[in-house]
Design a protein. Structure first.
Length: 428
């Protein structure tokens, strides 16, 4: 099926805006700006820096930190640097130990990395400073289950959380309650050394306790609150017995963590602002907190489009992090499923619309796609490609559906992560 020239042009614009969002939150540039405003140094004259870079942006943040320290002539102050990231972003860094673990589910590699990080933190003394370079994905990448919980049990819990539509705050509260390093655990492990954290936010609202499950921030809530969430969601009985035991007996991390400085360096809000500035036509940021189930998110997007005056070409922007409730066995992710839902409801939108939903990290779920970009003909292109789009959607098989339509957005790993952005282009 031939795509209309007007739609081709709009698809190119949507792709350009998505690229501008990613470029605006480049972690290297963001950290460079932050270090100028907040330079770091050891706590004492004979002290050193112990550096952990954690998350999907860890490589870029680690190299930016090395550059900044080197420019100050203090490279020798770095006693040790460990970088923990996902396999898509990994590359060697001189002067650092770079470890690839797994995301979104934890793995033995992540558990081994956690042990190495803890060993480094325990070397730091009061005269030293621990520097944490934190970005999204850290929850899974650094797996440190509390005593009594096996790695297999931790993996089972994460799979359960991901499959049942809990929002990121709820998931990370539960994860914190099961981890030695999350929810301020890293600060406790580093004591008595002070900790300075530079944080790239992948969380809507930029709650530092939620990003990477808050290794340098006091917990979101209590283990008792985690129990309540799981019971309300009907998930308690599905938990391994060891996890139930830990949640009902574990103690709360102190609400106040001493000698810790947490500095936010970039966020989804910045990405949306960059898209608005780059758009060549009338633009509106409709919702900078698009969260919850993808079906509800699709309804919000369509409702926003129905307020359009139908005369002026317009870009509507959204940002957030939705969730998917798994009902089938297909392959996809929240951005791809959201795009497929919009394609299904194309009759409720103007005939020349284009919609893109993408993860700024370049990876949507366990796929090689960042998301999807659809238009009014996408549903029919899936059928012409030999697929049944309704059945594929019901099976959570959005990746295959969008592939049949030629509607996957593939960027490769971007080296950053500030959650998701959505672009809806409306034109007469």
């Amino acid at each position: 099926m031939k795509i209309a020239p007007k739609t081709v042009k709009a698809r190119a614009m949507a792709q350009m805006l998505f690229t501008s969002a990613i470029e605006a939150v480049d972690p290297k540039l963001a950290l460079q700006r932050a270090l100028k405003a907040h330079p770091v140094a050891p706590g004492g004259a004979d002290g050193h820096l112990f550096v952990l870079a954690l998350g999907k942006a860890a490589i870029s943040m680690a190299t930016a930190f090395q550059d900044a320290v080197g420019q100050n002539g203090a490279m020798g102050q770095i006693a040790q640097m460990i970088v923990v990231t996902n396999p898509e972003n990994i590359r060697p860094i001189v002067g650092a130990e770079v470890l690839a673990t797994s995301h979104p589910l934890p793995s033995q590699a992540g558990a081994d990395a956690a042990n190495q990080v803890e060993a480094m933190l325990q070397k730091a003394g009061a005269q030293d400073t621990v520097v944490a370079l934190i970005s999204g994905g850290g929850s899974a990448l650094l797996a440190a289950p509390k005593a009594g919980i096996s790695l297999e049990d931790k993996i089972a819990v994460n799979a359960l959380l991901l499959a049942n539509g809990l929002d990121i705050r709820q998931m990370n509260l539960i994860r914190q309650s099961l981890s030695r390093l999350k929810g301020g655990g890293m600060v406790l492990a580093a004591a008595p050394a002070p900790v300075v954290a530079f944080i790239l936010s992948d969380v809507i609202g930029d709650d530092l306790a939620v990003i990477a499950s808050g290794p340098t921030v006091a917990p979101i809530g209590t283990p008792q609150e985690a129990c309540a969430i799981l019971k309300k969601g009907g998930l308690w009985e599905a938990l391994p017995a060891s996890v139930q035991t830990v949640l009902t007996s574990t103690h709360q991390v102190p609400k106040t963590l001493q000698a810790t400085q947490n500095i936010l360096i970039a966020s989804n809000t910045l990405a949306l602002a960059a898209m608005a500035q780059a758009a060549p036509i009338s633009t509106q940021i409709v919702n900078a907190a698009l969260i919850g189930d993808v079906e509800a998110a699709a309804s919000q997007i369509i409702a926003a489009a129905q307020d359009w005056d139908q005369k002026t070409p317009t870009v509507l922007l959204f940002g957030g992090e939705t969730t998917v409730t798994l009902r089938g066995t297909g392959l996809g992710g929240r951005n791809q499923e959201l795009a497929l839902l919009i394609a299904q409801k194309a009759n409720l939108l103007p005939p020349n619309f284009v919609f893109l939903s993408g993860g700024t990290d370049g990876r949507d779920g366990p796929t090689d796609a960042a998301g999807g970009m659809v238009d009014a003909q996408s549903w029919q292109r899936i059928i012409q490609g030999g697929g049944d789009p309704s059945a594929l959607l019901a099976n959570n098989d959005s990746n295959r559906a969008l592939a049949l339509a030629g509607d996957l957005v593939i960027t490769g790993a971007t080296g950053t992560n500030v959650a998701d952005v959505q672009v809806l282009i409306l034109q007469p």
